[in-house]
Design a protein around this ligand. Sequence first.
Ligand SMILES: [Cu+2]
Length: 136
Amino acid sequence: MKKLINYFIGVIAITLFSFNLLGEEKVYFVNLEDGQKVKSPVKIIFGLTGKGVAPAGINYPNSGHHHLLVNLDKLPDFTKAIPTTPNHIHFGRGQTETLLNLEAGSYTLQLLFGDMMHIPHKTPLYSEKIKIYVEK
Ligand SMILES: [Cu+2]
């Protein structure tokens, strides 16, 4: 149990300070590319440069958290908090990867970075939209 707690403290510390401020501001999929065939559960790793990851509600300069947009035709309103729906997934604990259970089929995925209040930054930071094919 203590080991587990230490692990989580470590993850949070790394997350809070996982700032990669060098380079242009960019969010991207680390391990997936457009047109890729995958099997469920699908591991998705979120890449970020130029800003840092912090949990939602934590006021830290030049930071925010990841949102995964699934099968959306268009990006949400950048002036409002990103909605919470099965198609707008928040990673408000500062996660930088996830494992998604998806039925076989094709999906579009796009990352949208949001601030502590879940609102995209003044210069919105989003990835290109990719399509993946989940095989049986
Ligand atoms: Cu959010």
